[in-house]
Design a protein around this ligand. Structure first.
Ligand code: GLA
Length: 347
């Protein structure tokens, strides 16, 4: 009898615990759309805290670097699939979506493409072959791709003078989408991805015009990736909402594809203070609120550009010393910004 009682108590406690766990709010269960993170293969392999946090909080991953052209090919142009395959397999095991990033980007043009010697016919072949090889390899696992990244200059509506544009002409990105569609068919979602499009009217207008014009060549683009590399003091809610709405109105899927919020005052804001934490939280709340106002059928998801503050590109790329741009601190602990963001999402 006593044994029955203890068993019963044990089972009740266990099931309460399980219930409590399944009800805990996390990023991925606070929304109906995917919440993703950019991930790095070395971090996943070497940092034992990364994978458990991803499993608990996220429903999608993007390769931070492993699927870029200069990482997928070696110095002779031969394909190197190991890291990309690892991420695809990991996504499968964890039932995450894996979003492909990125097939064509001026900063990822490999050195083996000899800029001087390359003629336009040869380069067009390389572009087509690369896009189609990668899409076909992962066709069963990767159902969405940033086909083209950042064709406009930083803050303007002019096309960047990349090798691709100089040799292949202004329509090269439309043809990149065409090749992607040929390889992936209609089951693969194709995105144009760029930064500052949320805050610069001219730039988002130009990006939308560009992809709309591709339609004249019979090429369709499914979505717009707003990278959302934001700065704490920059871009008010009305500006961001207005620019995002332009892409919504045209019917595109909307991906906030590389979200983080940098400290744009490196001279005097040199510590993670309470007031910084609150300001960051408010900004994340604002982003969640804007994203929620997008019709559900156009919400592709929100992806953060890395998992926690310790690994942010803002420190390595810009050599910033004082950055706390994400929802988790370098010890993988939830920050005030996490709660601001999640509470707004589930409101
Ligand atoms: C751009 C690219 C990303 C990443 C960041 C900086 O936004 O799209 O892949 O390289 O720059 O890390």
């Amino acid at each position: 009898m006593k044994l029955h009682f203890y068993l019963f108590a044990l089972i009740t406690t266990l099931s309460n615990l399980l219930n409590a766990q399944s009800q805990e709010i996390t990023l991925k269960n606070a929304t109906n759309f995917k919440i993703g993170a950019a991930v790095s293969v070395p971090v996943l392999k070497n940092d034992s805290l990364c994978l458990p946090l991803l499993r608990k909080e996220f429903s999608s991953i993007t390769a931070e670097n492993a699927m870029k052209m200069h990482k997928l090919t070696d110095k002779n142009g031969k394909y190197y699939w190991k890291d990309a395959d690892y991420l695809v397999q990991l996504a499968k095991e964890n039932q995450w979506r894996i979003h492909g990033h990125t097939l064509l980007w001026h900063e990822a043009t490999p050195k083996w493409i000899n800029q001087e010697k390359m003629d336009s016919i040869g380069l067009e072949k390389i572009m087509k072959n690369h896009i189609q090889t990668v899409i076909k390899r992962y066709k069963k696992s990767i159902k969405s791709w940033d086909v083209v990244n950042e064709i406009f200059t930083n803050d303007s509506d002019s096309l960047r003078n990349s090798l691709w544009k100089m040799k292949l002409g202004d329509q090269f990105a439309c043809r990149a989408f065409k090749y992607a569609r040929e390889a992936g068919g209609n089951e693969i979602l194709l995105f144009y991805n760029d930064f500052n499009t949320e805050k610069n009217d001219k730039k988002i207008n130009a990006a939308i015009n560009y992809v709309e014009n591709c339609k004249k060549m019979g090429v369709t683009v499914d979505g717009i990736g707003f990278q959302m590399h934001l700065a704490l003091d920059e871009a008010d809610s009305a500006t961001i909402a207005r620019n995002v709405a332009k892409a919504v109105k045209k019917g595109y899927l909307i991906h906030f594809s590389e979200l983080d919020i940098s400290n744009d005052n490196q001279e005097s804001r040199t510590a993670y203070t309470d007031s910084f934490a609150v300001a960051l939280s408010n900004k994340y709340r604002m982003i969640a609120s804007i994203y929620k106002s997008i019709p559900a059928e156009q919400q592709f998801g929100i992806t953060f550009w890395n998992v926690h503050d310790g690994k942010t590109w803002l420190k390595s790329y810009f050599k910033h010393l004082y950055e706390w741009p994400l929802l988790f601190d370098e010890k993988y602990q939830r920050k005030a910004a996490y709660y601001g963001f999640v509470n707004e999402l589930k409101k």
